[in-house]
Design a protein around this ligand. Structure first.
Ligand SMILES: Nc1ncnc2c1ncn2[C@@H]1O[C@H](COP(=O)(O)OP(=O)(O)OP(=O)(O)O)[C@@H](O)[C@H]1O
Ligand SMILES: [Mg+2]
Length: 175
Protein backbone atom coordinates (compact mmCIF):
# COMPACT_ATOMS: atom_id res chain seq x y z
CA UNK A 1 0.00 0.00 0.00
CA UNK A 2 1.36 3.45 -0.84
CA UNK A 3 0.78 7.09 -0.01
CA UNK A 4 -1.09 8.69 -2.97
CA UNK A 5 0.87 11.94 -2.72
CA UNK A 6 4.39 10.52 -2.70
CA UNK A 7 4.01 6.91 -3.88
CA UNK A 8 6.10 5.89 -0.85
CA UNK A 9 5.02 2.77 1.05
CA UNK A 10 2.98 3.55 4.16
CA UNK A 11 4.57 2.42 7.41
CA UNK A 12 2.49 1.02 10.26
CA UNK A 13 2.03 3.43 13.17
CA UNK A 14 1.87 2.53 16.83
CA UNK A 15 -1.39 4.05 18.04
CA UNK A 16 -1.46 2.77 21.60
CA UNK A 17 0.90 1.18 24.09
CA UNK A 18 0.05 0.07 27.62
CA UNK A 19 1.02 -2.12 30.53
CA UNK A 20 -1.32 -4.96 31.54
CA UNK A 21 -0.33 -5.81 35.11
CA UNK A 22 -2.30 -9.06 35.39
CA UNK A 23 -4.59 -11.40 33.39
CA UNK A 24 -7.66 -9.44 34.48
CA UNK A 25 -6.24 -6.29 32.91
CA UNK A 26 -5.71 -8.16 29.63
CA UNK A 27 -9.27 -9.47 29.69
CA UNK A 28 -10.64 -5.99 30.48
CA UNK A 29 -8.62 -4.47 27.64
CA UNK A 30 -10.13 -7.08 25.33
CA UNK A 31 -13.64 -6.19 26.53
CA UNK A 32 -13.06 -2.46 25.88
CA UNK A 33 -11.57 -3.17 22.45
CA UNK A 34 -14.44 -5.55 21.66
CA UNK A 35 -16.90 -2.75 22.37
CA UNK A 36 -15.48 -0.52 19.61
CA UNK A 37 -15.20 -3.26 16.97
CA UNK A 38 -17.58 -3.29 14.02
CA UNK A 39 -18.52 -5.80 11.33
CA UNK A 40 -15.69 -6.20 8.83
CA UNK A 41 -12.85 -5.56 11.30
CA UNK A 42 -9.81 -7.84 11.21
CA UNK A 43 -7.31 -8.11 14.07
CA UNK A 44 -3.94 -9.84 14.15
CA UNK A 45 -3.13 -11.00 17.70
CA UNK A 46 0.62 -11.48 17.78
CA UNK A 47 3.27 -12.22 20.40
CA UNK A 48 5.12 -15.25 21.77
CA UNK A 49 3.61 -18.47 23.15
CA UNK A 50 1.71 -17.73 26.34
CA UNK A 51 1.67 -13.98 25.75
CA UNK A 52 -2.08 -13.87 26.36
CA UNK A 53 -3.53 -13.74 22.85
CA UNK A 54 -6.30 -16.23 23.61
CA UNK A 55 -6.96 -14.55 26.95
CA UNK A 56 -7.37 -11.22 25.17
CA UNK A 57 -9.63 -12.87 22.56
CA UNK A 58 -11.88 -14.08 25.38
CA UNK A 59 -12.24 -10.42 26.42
CA UNK A 60 -12.96 -9.42 22.82
CA UNK A 61 -15.74 -12.01 22.74
CA UNK A 62 -17.25 -10.53 25.90
CA UNK A 63 -17.02 -6.98 24.50
CA UNK A 64 -18.68 -8.20 21.31
CA UNK A 65 -21.46 -9.75 23.38
CA UNK A 66 -20.75 -13.35 22.42
CA UNK A 67 -22.93 -15.44 24.77
CA UNK A 68 -20.50 -16.59 27.49
CA UNK A 69 -21.59 -20.24 27.30
CA UNK A 70 -20.81 -20.27 23.55
CA UNK A 71 -17.17 -19.39 24.22
CA UNK A 72 -16.78 -21.69 27.21
CA UNK A 73 -18.10 -24.76 25.40
CA UNK A 74 -16.00 -24.27 22.25
CA UNK A 75 -13.19 -26.81 21.70
CA UNK A 76 -9.76 -25.57 22.87
CA UNK A 77 -7.56 -26.62 19.96
CA UNK A 78 -9.31 -25.52 16.80
CA UNK A 79 -7.92 -23.59 13.88
CA UNK A 80 -11.14 -21.63 13.65
CA UNK A 81 -14.15 -21.10 15.88
CA UNK A 82 -17.10 -18.86 15.21
CA UNK A 83 -19.61 -17.33 17.55
CA UNK A 84 -22.73 -15.18 17.20
CA UNK A 85 -22.12 -11.65 18.44
CA UNK A 86 -23.40 -8.05 18.36
CA UNK A 87 -21.76 -7.49 14.95
CA UNK A 88 -23.02 -10.73 13.39
CA UNK A 89 -20.27 -13.33 13.71
CA UNK A 90 -17.02 -13.30 15.69
CA UNK A 91 -14.36 -15.56 14.14
CA UNK A 92 -11.40 -16.60 16.31
CA UNK A 93 -8.55 -18.30 14.50
CA UNK A 94 -5.22 -19.73 15.62
CA UNK A 95 -2.80 -20.34 12.75
CA UNK A 96 0.06 -21.68 14.94
CA UNK A 97 -0.30 -25.24 13.71
CA UNK A 98 -0.92 -24.32 10.09
CA UNK A 99 2.01 -25.62 8.09
CA UNK A 100 1.88 -23.71 4.85
CA UNK A 101 0.13 -20.71 3.33
CA UNK A 102 -1.76 -22.94 0.88
CA UNK A 103 -3.56 -24.46 3.89
CA UNK A 104 -5.18 -21.05 4.43
CA UNK A 105 -7.24 -21.70 1.30
CA UNK A 106 -8.36 -25.11 2.57
CA UNK A 107 -9.34 -23.48 5.86
CA UNK A 108 -11.50 -20.93 4.05
CA UNK A 109 -9.43 -18.15 5.63
CA UNK A 110 -9.90 -15.65 2.81
CA UNK A 111 -13.65 -16.23 2.70
CA UNK A 112 -13.80 -15.58 6.44
CA UNK A 113 -11.81 -12.34 6.07
CA UNK A 114 -14.42 -11.03 3.67
CA UNK A 115 -17.52 -12.53 5.29
CA UNK A 116 -18.41 -9.28 7.06
CA UNK A 117 -17.92 -10.45 10.63
CA UNK A 118 -15.24 -9.54 13.15
CA UNK A 119 -12.10 -11.66 12.76
CA UNK A 120 -9.32 -12.09 15.36
CA UNK A 121 -6.35 -14.19 14.23
CA UNK A 122 -3.57 -15.54 16.47
CA UNK A 123 -0.21 -16.15 14.75
CA UNK A 124 -1.27 -14.30 11.58
CA UNK A 125 2.31 -12.98 11.56
CA UNK A 126 3.36 -16.46 10.36
CA UNK A 127 1.74 -15.44 7.03
CA UNK A 128 2.57 -11.75 7.03
CA UNK A 129 1.95 -11.13 3.36
CA UNK A 130 -1.72 -12.06 3.83
CA UNK A 131 -2.40 -9.23 6.33
CA UNK A 132 -5.00 -6.76 5.06
CA UNK A 133 -4.08 -3.05 4.97
CA UNK A 134 -6.96 -2.32 7.36
CA UNK A 135 -5.91 -4.95 9.93
CA UNK A 136 -5.37 -3.82 13.50
CA UNK A 137 -2.23 -5.47 14.85
CA UNK A 138 -2.38 -6.21 18.58
CA UNK A 139 1.05 -7.10 19.91
CA UNK A 140 1.41 -8.68 23.36
CA UNK A 141 4.73 -9.32 25.05
CA UNK A 142 5.99 -10.91 28.22
CA UNK A 143 7.70 -8.67 30.79
CA UNK A 144 10.98 -9.65 32.47
CA UNK A 145 10.67 -10.43 36.20
CA UNK A 146 6.88 -9.80 36.18
CA UNK A 147 5.25 -13.15 35.28
CA UNK A 148 1.74 -11.72 35.66
CA UNK A 149 2.36 -8.68 33.47
CA UNK A 150 2.24 -8.10 29.73
CA UNK A 151 2.81 -5.13 27.45
CA UNK A 152 0.36 -4.39 24.67
CA UNK A 153 0.80 -2.30 21.53
CA UNK A 154 -1.69 -1.47 18.79
CA UNK A 155 -0.33 -0.89 15.28
CA UNK A 156 -2.15 0.12 12.08
CA UNK A 157 -1.46 1.74 8.78
CA UNK A 158 -2.30 5.47 9.01
CA UNK A 159 -5.02 5.28 6.33
CA UNK A 160 -7.89 3.81 8.30
CA UNK A 161 -10.27 4.85 11.01
CA UNK A 162 -8.64 2.97 13.84
CA UNK A 163 -7.24 6.08 15.51
CA UNK A 164 -10.74 7.51 16.12
CA UNK A 165 -11.89 4.21 17.52
CA UNK A 166 -8.83 3.85 19.70
CA UNK A 167 -9.67 7.30 21.11
CA UNK A 168 -13.08 5.83 22.03
CA UNK A 169 -11.34 2.81 23.49
CA UNK A 170 -9.20 5.08 25.68
CA UNK A 171 -12.34 6.84 26.94
CA UNK A 172 -13.97 3.49 27.72
CA UNK A 173 -10.91 2.40 29.69
CA UNK A 174 -10.73 5.66 31.60
CA UNK A 175 -14.47 5.75 32.30
N1 LIG B 1 -1.17 -10.04 32.14
C1 LIG B 1 -1.53 -11.23 31.60
N2 LIG B 1 -2.30 -11.24 30.50
C2 LIG B 1 -2.67 -12.40 29.91
N3 LIG B 1 -2.32 -13.62 30.35
C3 LIG B 1 -1.54 -13.68 31.44
C4 LIG B 1 -1.10 -12.50 32.09
N4 LIG B 1 -0.35 -12.86 33.14
C5 LIG B 1 -0.32 -14.19 33.14
N5 LIG B 1 -1.03 -14.70 32.14
C6 LIG B 1 -1.21 -16.12 31.84
O1 LIG B 1 -0.56 -16.39 30.63
C7 LIG B 1 -1.28 -17.38 29.92
C8 LIG B 1 -1.63 -16.82 28.55
O2 LIG B 1 -2.20 -17.86 27.84
P1 LIG B 1 -2.86 -17.65 26.41
O3 LIG B 1 -3.36 -19.01 26.02
O4 LIG B 1 -3.82 -16.54 26.43
O5 LIG B 1 -1.59 -17.24 25.55
P2 LIG B 1 -1.46 -17.23 23.97
O6 LIG B 1 -0.70 -16.00 23.64
O7 LIG B 1 -2.78 -17.42 23.35
O8 LIG B 1 -0.54 -18.49 23.71
P3 LIG B 1 -0.40 -19.40 22.37
O9 LIG B 1 0.60 -18.73 21.49
O10 LIG B 1 0.09 -20.71 22.90
O11 LIG B 1 -1.76 -19.49 21.73
C9 LIG B 1 -2.53 -17.72 30.73
O12 LIG B 1 -2.26 -18.88 31.50
C10 LIG B 1 -2.68 -16.51 31.62
O13 LIG B 1 -3.31 -16.79 32.85
MG1 LIG C 1 -3.57 -18.80 22.01
Amino acid sequence: MSDDATGAPLEPLQILSCDLPDPGATFDFGVALGRVLVAGDTLALIGPLGAGKTHLARGLAAGLEVPSDAWLTSPTFTLMAQFPCREGTFYHLDLYRLGHESALWELGFFDVLHAGGVVAVEWWDNFLDTLLPSTLVVRLDLVNDRPEARTLELWTLPTDDWEARVARLRRLRLG
